[in-house]
Design a binder for this molecule. Structure first.
Ligand code: FAM
Length: 436
């Protein structure tokens, strides 16, 4: 922890100086304009916030501190015998800007294990909810139930100085990320199984322990695919719904638990994190409609054309920012080609990959006809026996907690202020538009 704090402190000093310099020497430089369309349509592409941890490129996808996901997967430490990067190594990278050594990563895993105990009151709160409460609702409630333990909130009440914010935020961030797998696994066990949580195993890495607590598969490859999934989904810059929500809430100095509870409510939306749930439903439906026929490019082309003609959206394809195949999709595809090429659902995913981009392209209006990560993730979970679709977004949330928490720490480390863009009524927008 001392090493981690030291690294963040050093980088924070450099970044704070950079921020001060920008404000001193370049404050008036205009870096973009906002069109009427952007104002109405969700501020798409308007550069109006700072996020240090990651950056999304339309063609190459997300990079964590300048490293592409391929580089991350290659360079970050692995579990013994594992081939994919450990997600907690990605968390370290997001926090510090550096690839951890194996020893640093091991110590970091242990640090997370030490912080993993979840207060009984949190489980008691969850137990009061109706059993059919959506797992994402349960997860957000659990974050709020943990909020009374926020070190940030306590210290703030005691009059903490601004310069101390990030260090105390880091304490909460590590606690929250450490507890996420336990809470998430308990939600799974209570909602879909007998409610009993397999024993916590601190000998395993963070993701492998989560995988074993889910209790759906003891195959080592399930642990490996969980590591891969959690590494790939850790962060996606600051403008997406869940990260932006958490950032906005955090900018009011609401503590990390409040911020992530709010972010999770955004992640639960069907156009955002819930998309993976919709994708797997769509794939299973398509499998049924094909009625046992082997999925081929030709069959899927005809199937997708019919769907588009009936005005339906094809889940898992397209993206608000990406204009190429999502690298997260490609890394999951590589894993599937190696580990489950004969899975009938993978063969369907593969046929979609061959067929659908051309169909969407022909339709002419989709800006990105290529698959995003959600078109693949569900198949991998399903293959390893995690079949309850409305749990899928929770797995996403376990991963994304790392990026959002790293963003929270960094927002405090460089002293970003409360966020408050200007809104205008349509009448005012019309007046502004007519003046030009
Ligand atoms: N199938 C059919 N039509 C599509 C489409 C798809 N997969 N993707 C986009 N379009 C349509 C879109 O509805 C819009 O039509 P209208 O002009 O009639 O409204 C048109 O193509 C232009 O849209 P766009 O500019 O290319 O996309 P947007 O930036 O508006 O939306 C998405 C981006 C992701 C919401 C959209 O592509 C979509 O609905 N995809 C399917 C759902 C999905 O996969 N979501 C996952 C997102 C994700 F990566 C995540 O956050 N987890």
């Amino acid at each position: 922890l001392v090493a981690l704090k030291g690294k963040i402190a050093k980088l924070a000093k450099e970044k704070s100086a950079q921020k001060a310099d920008l404000l001193k020497n370049n404050a008036d430089v205009v870096i973009g304009e906002v069109s009427v369309e952007q104002c109405i349509n969700g501020g798409r592409s308007v550069k109006m916030m700072v996020t240090e941890t990651s950056d999304l490129d339309a063609n190459t996808g997300i990079s964590y501190r300048g490293k592409s996901l391929y580089e991350c997967n290659k360079e970050l430490p692995k579990a013994p015998g594992g081939e994919v990067a450990l997600p907690e190594a990605a968390f370290w990278l997001l926090l510090t800007g550096e690839v951890p050594t194996d020893a640093e990563c091991r110590a970091f895993t242990e640090e997370l294990h030490r912080r993993s105990a979840v207060p009984q009151s949190v489980f008691a709160t969850l137990a009061t909810l109706p059993k059919d409460t959506h797992p994402m609702t349960q997860l957000s409630v659990a974050m709020l139930a943990m909020q009374p333990d926020s070190k940030f909130a306590h210290k703030y009440d005691q009059g903490m100085k601004k310069g101390e914010y990030w260090e105390v935020a880091l304490e909460d961030a590590l606690d929250l990320v450490a507890k996420m797998p336990v809470v998430a696994a308990q939600i799974y066990r209570s909602t879909f199984k007998d409610g009993k949580l397999p024993a916590y195993n601190a000998k395993l890495d963070w993701a492998a322990n989560y995988a074993q607590m889910l209790g759906v598969n003891s195959d080592e490859k399930f642990k490996e695919v969980t590591r891969l999934y959690l590494m790939l989904h850790a962060d996606h810059e600051g403008g997406n719904v869940s990260a932006h929500t958490a950032h906005l809430v955090g900018s009011a100095l609401s503590d990390p638990y409040y911020a992530w509870a709010a972010g999770l409510c955004g992640l639960a939306g069907p156009l955002h994190g819930l998309a993976n749930q919709e994708c797997i439903s769509w794939l299973l439906e398509a499998q049924k409609d094909l009625g046992g026929q082997k999925p081929t490019k030709e069959l899927l082309t005809a199937y997708a054309e019919k769907m588009l003609a009936s005005g339906k959206v094809i889940p898992g394809f397209g993206h608000a920012v990406l204009r190429n195949t999502d690298p997260r999709y490609m890394l999951e595809r590589e894993f599937a080609l190696k580990n489950c090429p004969d899975d009938p659902l993978f063969q369907l995913v593969d046929a979609c990959y061959q067929a659908i981009p051309a169909v969407l392209e022909k339709g002419g209006k989709v800006k990105n006809p290529f698959p995003n990560v959600d078109a693949h993730s569900g198949q991998l979970m399903h293959f390893y026996n995690l079949k309850e679709q409305n749990y899928y977004t929770v797995v996403f949330a376990v991963s994304r907690a790392m990026g959002v928490m790293a963003q929270y720490v960094w927002a405090r480390a460089v002293g970003l202020p409360i966020e408050r863009p200007k809104s205008v009524p349509l009448d005012v927008l019309a007046k502004l538009a007519n003046k030009k």
